[in-house]
Design a protein around this ligand. Structure first.
Ligand code: PEP
Ligand code: MN
Length: 263
């Protein structure tokens, strides 16, 4: 179902007038975690002015340590909805557990399935039954075939509104958090009609890599970006090292528009 053999034309997902796929570049930005209502307003204001129309932020966080900040839960979801509605933006946030599906779907416009859950087939089937668009992130050790088959799990249950997200894979190098596989973009474009976006934040783990990799992703044909933005990265409760400042996000948006216009 997700293959180009099944459908040739690129899938365009239209959510409240925001189009993802085809010739539209979708940019999702925001803090890694929803930390507070104030922070979310601050970040949303800057990314909206820079041109982003999709607000990201985790309310349920898949942290390496059970003792790290786990997210605000429903309180975080409420802030996301309130702030996004204030600006007329969409909300994307991670769903980690099928038991939270109704709760998260009540507040979110797009359900994010994180890299750690790409192979959680029960979860994939549950979001496949939901009537909400899904963004599926590539597992950190998943091949492109496995990634596309995970998307097939969602589609096989009847949900075709799927956005793929390349977010880097594990490699031997320790200079970056992950190795951002930009070749996955043209490979997936040739194999599937689904939109594919790139997350240079988790893909590199380094603030200094976000702008160059975002530009490269758009030049490679990606349908959009997911970028972590924080006004005070050193105080961030998660992923501060890979979060860019609002003013740098504005520069990124300008560069991306220039590159997209030449394609
Ligand atoms: C995230 O987007 O905050 C996240 C946890 O990403 P990933 O699942 O790619 O690690
Ligand atoms: Mn993060």
């Amino acid at each position: 179902l997700v293959s180009k053999d099944f459908k040739k034309e690129p899938t365009v997902i239209n959510i409240k007038g925001v189009k993802i796929g085809g010739k539209h570049i979708a940019v999702m930005a925001g803090p890694c975690s929803v930390e507070s209502r104030e922070l979310l307003f601050e970040v949303a204001d800057s990314i909206y002015k820079a041109g982003a129309r999709i607000l990201r932020g985790g309310a349920f966080k898949p942290r390496t340590s059970p003792y790290s900040f786990q997210g605000l839960g429903e309180e975080g979801l409420k802030y996301l909805r309130e702030v996004a509605d204030h600006y007329g933006m969409l909300v994307i946030t991670e769903l980690m557990d099928p038991r939270d599906l109704d709760l998260v779907a009540k507040y979110a416009d797009i359900l994010q399935i994180g890299a750690r859950n790409m192979s959680n087939f029960r979860l994939l089937k549950e979001v496949g039954k939901a009537k909400v668009p899904v963004m599926l992130k590539r597992g950190m050790c998943a091949t492109i075939k496995e990634f596309l088959m995970a998307a097939e799990y969602i589609a096989s249950e009847g949900n075709y509104d799927i956005i793929l997200c390349e977010r880097g894979i594990r490699s031997f190098d320790t200079e970056t958090r992950n190795t951002l596989d930009l070749a996955a973009v043209p490979v997936i474009k040739n194999a599937s009609h689904l939109p594919i976006i790139v997350d240079p934040s988790h893909g590199t783990g380094r603030r200094d890599c976000i702008l160059p990799m975002a530009q490269a992703a758009i030049a490679a044909g990606a349908d959009g970006l997911m970028v972590e933005v924080h006004p005070r990265p050193s105080e961030a409760l998660s992923d501060g090292d890979q979060s860019i400042l609002p003013e740098n996000f504005d520069v990124l948006m300008r560069r991306v528009r220039v590159i997209a216009a030449t394609l």
